[in-house]
Ligand binder design. Structure first.
Ligand SMILES: *Cc1c(COP(=O)(O)O)cnc(C)c1O
Length: 432
């Protein structure tokens, strides 16, 4: 049956089938919710094999659950990676991915325009654990980047399409800089999803997702994912990454020796997730899998609606600025065309000129939900300065581009006419 000359399956097919197997006992077509904590050993010897990770079967659901395994493989497949794992949230995915590479005394370089929750974790709990984070302006030139790497630098961290302002990041250039310094590139690809952008094709080594957003797509679950591109040359950086390249104890094999291209994800799964336990419930993963099955359809509609809304907003006098890299007037438009030919995502942010106008806008909305979150089928609106960025001082907000009148819209898949009618209601109120 396998025909080597057959062309690979298309994205729209793999989003439904990748990773799924028909359950051998029940013949269930849909991946079941394996709501179980642990798995029975066939024998004494089988227990030993499973604990050593040498058996194809599982021992304990903290890091291995069949429902979760299908989702990890499916997301890895869609991203073009060799292996993936789903965890409890996007935040858990970031903390887990970094903990596998860095610890006290280590250094991470990050681009400046990151999701605020990520920045909060970097300056909060991870810094208290002794990891130093250094920010580089997204557009810093190659010479400036080169001066920032140190022997203890363990990764470069960035996002493909940062929210709320949509400064499309030149992933291929940053991957080149990281690799020249012997360091892997970790990319959070939550906002475009693999349907619009697959950063592994541009050189990313690890891809992160908050699956709470577009991948699950219906604002019903929290989850995260980590995908390993399987391309980073850990062995050439043996001193930097001894946890992967050196034997954990005398006589044992290193992760690179045991798992080859899958060494990083095997370490994440069998050490970091096992030790920290950022486990996602398989009930959540069941909903995630159903979301992924319609990802391409929803993303097409999300980007078509976002483009229509952004164009409409740009012509409105109440709006002092529209941030959407799919607009020809946007400074990132050319880069968006290169990296995001099928659409620049569905986050459209607007500046209404001041906090009071923003308040009147939010309070006048009827269809659009005022809430934190992005990537829902419903259209959502959030005033950033009073919510996500409220812990920052006024100066820090401005430095991050968060003006007092800034509102983030996550454009849903409703009728674009109805979204625009509600925005019109909000803008009329904003104008007073
Ligand atoms: C929401 C989000 C996260 C955090 O994900 P949770 O699932 O909410 O923990 C991380 N990165 C980006 C880009 C996000 O939008």
């Amino acid at each position: 049956m396998p025909d080597e000359t057959r062309r690979p399956l298309d994205f729209e097919t793999r989003q439904i089938h990748a990773g799924a197997v028909v359950d051998s006992q029940t013949k269930s077509r849909v991946t079941p919710i394996y709501q179980t904590a642990a798995y029975v050993f066939d024998s004494f010897d089988d227990g030993e094999e499973r604990f050593a990770g040498r058996s194809g079967y599982r021992a304990y659901s903290r890091n291995e659950n069949p429902t979760n395994a299908v989702a990890g493989q499916r997301i890895a497949d869609l991203e073009g990676g060799v292996d993936g794992i789903v965890v409890a949230s996007g935040q858990a995915a970031i903390a887990t991915a970094l903990s596998a590479l860095a610890g006290a005394g280590d250094h991470i370089l990050a681009t400046r325009s990151l999701y605020e929750g990520t920045r909060e974790m970097f300056r909060g709990v991870l810094q208290r654990q002794g990891i130093e984070f250094e920010y580089v302006p997204d557009e810093a030139d190659d010479e400036e980047w080169a001066t920032r790497f140190r022997p203890e630098t363990k990764a470069v961290y960035t996002e493909t399409l940062p929210n709320p302002l949509g400064q499309v990041v030149d992933i291929a250039r940053i991957a080149g800089l990281a690799h020249a310094a012997g360091v892997p590139l970790i990319v959070d690809n939550t906002v475009p999803t693999p349907y619009l952008w697959r950063p592994i094709e541009d050189g990313a080594d690890v891809v992160i997702h908050s699956t709470s957003k577009w991948l699950s797509g219906h604002a019903s679950v929290i989850g995260g994912a980590i995908v390993d591109a399987g391309r980073f040359g850990w062995s050439a950086q043996a001193a930097r990454f001894p946890q992967l390249t050196q034997a954990p104890r005398p006589g044992a094999a290193s992760f690179v020796d045991r798992f080859g291209r899958g060494a990083y994800l095997a370490y994440v799964r069998s050490v970091i997730v096992l030790e920290y336990g950022p486990t996602v419930p398989p009930t959540s993963t069941f909903l995630l899998l159903h979301g992924i099955e319609t990802l391409s359809l929803r993303m097409q509609r999300h980007v078509a609606n976002a483009r229509a809304v952004a164009e409409w907003l740009e012509a409105r006098p109440e709006v002092t600025h529209v941030f959407y890299p799919g607009l020809p007037t946007n400074p990132y438009y050319e880069r968006a065309r290169r990296y995001l030919p099928d659409g620049a995502g569905s986050i459209v942010s607007i500046d209404l000129g001041g906090r009071e106008a923003a308040r009147r806008f939010i309070d006048a909305l009827e269809l659009i939900s005022p809430m934190t979150h992005i990537g829902d089928v419903r259209t959502l609106a959030l005033h950033l300065g009073s919510t996500i960025h409220a812990k920052l001082s006024a100066d820090e907000q401005l430095e991050a581009g968060i003006t007092p009148g800034l509102i983030r819209l996550s454009i849903g898949i409703e009728s674009p006419r109805d979204i625009i009618d509600d925005l019109e209601r909000g803008l009329r109120a904003a104008a007073g």
